[in-house]
Design a protein around this ligand. Structure first.
Ligand code: FNR
Length: 411
């Protein structure tokens, strides 16, 4: 057992544990700074001290229980796709325009009727209550405070849509996992529309939960750390709660499919689309061929996504396939993208390769876990500010002026 786990298990106080987490976790510049022997390592930095999105992950790591942090961070199996999503940004160079008027930078846009001050949205992610007591309500408040950033609420949100929708005024969309009975999909969509969601996003990738996606193996390897809770469940006479079920599901599985796989076909998708009075998007598209099929079957928009490396391993980075997907739509429907976006320059690269907007998955989770709604707001504002600076640096003052001539790609 490593130093990290040992300290976690045997720590006398949580403060010590937090200190050891912050100082042993390798990564961003904040963490390197924390290793400076002349600094007080037990201090959680104030929000204004954080410089970039990566810094928030270190604070989230220090503040969250281990399983909540793991749930956010990990990918499936070898985590190739998780790493590749980030690596791909290094394979795209920005070629600046020498002489350009960048006195005022225009970033406002509109996607399927939803206005946004920046081409940046919050991707659907589950269980925000595991990050902060305000949960999804906190995310929505933080997003609204950050220039009305649109928030796509997960089908697996830990709070009711009604409550989240009423918490703030910024735009909300709803993400749907297909349910076997068509009526269940209609009910979910109607509830979302009633709560004020102005678009529905059907997720393909990871839709089958435990049945088709690989396991997050780092969690399996860590399961001994949860043994106390498993014992408590057993002594409580067999806990059938969702949390206990999910802990059981994380135990090693036999080969083969679990019973809850849903076979999606286009007839089914068209029926689901028929329930929507608002625009209908699909999430999880990674090829031009799939993009073309979406257009042919009346889908109104696409999210290029590999579920942040959490659904299937050895898929490509989303940035790598973005141009192909955009070409597949022949410009007939807007293409959004997520996967590894942490910087304003990341957003700029995706816009250059044809994305209409970019969605952030882990980034707002780090903000919420670190400092609550104010953290979500701040981390979004950092990316918004970085995007403005990046546009100025490359001499493109409007979204319309950003196109493929801005980038040189190595893939
Ligand atoms: C997700 N994602 C996700 N997607 C979805 O459609 N419904 C969901 O409930 C969830 N839940 C979820 C939980 C967690 C913890 C993560 C990290 C991700 C995928 C998400 O929408 C998005 O595709 C990725 O998170 C994008 O990658 P980055 O930005 O996290 O690197």
């Amino acid at each position: 057992m490593g130093k990290f786990e040992n300290q976690w298990l045997s720590s006398v106080t949580r403060r010590n544990a937090v200190r050891s987490l912050v100082t042993t976790f390798a990564g961003g510049s904040l963490l390197r700074g924390q290793q400076d022997p002349f600094r007080d390592h037990s201090r959680i930095p104030g929000m204004e001290e954080l410089v970039n999105a990566f810094d928030f992950e270190a604070v989230a790591f220090a503040k969250l229980p281990r399983d909540a942090y793991n749930y956010t961070a990990l990918g499936v199996e070898d985590e190739f796709t998780l790493r590749r999503n980030r690596q791909a940004f290094e394979w795209v160079e920005l070629i600046p325009r020498g002489i350009a008027d960048v006195g005022s930078i225009q970033t406002a846009t509109e996607v399927l009727g939803t206005k946004m001050a920046f081409p940046i949205m919050i991707a659907p992610t589950a269980s925000h209550l595991s990050l902060h007591p305000e949960g999804e309500v906190g995310t929505h408040k933080g997003a609204t405070a950050a220039s009305n950033t649109p928030y796509i609420i997960s089908n697996n949100a830990s709070m009711g849509l009604d409550k989240i929708g009423k918490a703030a005024t910024g735009p909300i969309w709803f993400q749907l996992y297909a349910k076997e009975a068509l009526d269940d999909n209609r009910d979910a969509i109607e509830r979302a529309q009633d709560a004020g969601c102005t678009a529905v996003v059907l997720t393909y990738d990871g839709a089958s939960g435990e049945s088709l996606t690989g396991p997050r193996e780092r969690v399996l390897h860590d399961r001994h750390l949860e043994s106390r809770r498993l014992e408590q469940d057993a002594s409580a006479g067999g806990d059938s709660s969702r949390a206990a079920q999910s802990r059981r599901a994380r135990r090693p599985r036999k080969y083969g499919l679990a019973g809850n796989a849903i076979g999606l076909d286009w007839k089914f998708v068209e029926s689901v689309r028929g329930f929507c009075k608002v625009p209908f998007l699909t999430k999880g598209i990674l090829s031009g061929e799939d993009a073309q099929a979406c257009v042919e079957h009346g889908v109104n928009g696409i999210v290029v996504s590999n579920h942040g490396g959490r659904a299937m391993d050895y898929g490509p980075a989303t940035l790598e396939v973005l141009a192909e997907v955009v070409d597949g739509t022949q410009g007939r429907i807007p293409v959004l993208i997520d996967g590894g976006f942490r910087r304003g320059t990341d957003v700029l690269k995706a816009l250059a390769l044809g994305a209409k907007a970019v969605c952030l998955g882990r980034v707002p989770r780090w903000g919420l876990a670190a400092y609550g709604p104010a953290g979500t707001q701040r981390i979004l504002e950092i990316l918004q500010g970085e995007l403005v600076m990046a546009m100025a640096a490359v001499g493109r003052s409007s979204l319309e002026s950003i196109n493929r001539t801005l980038v040189r790609t190595d893939f």
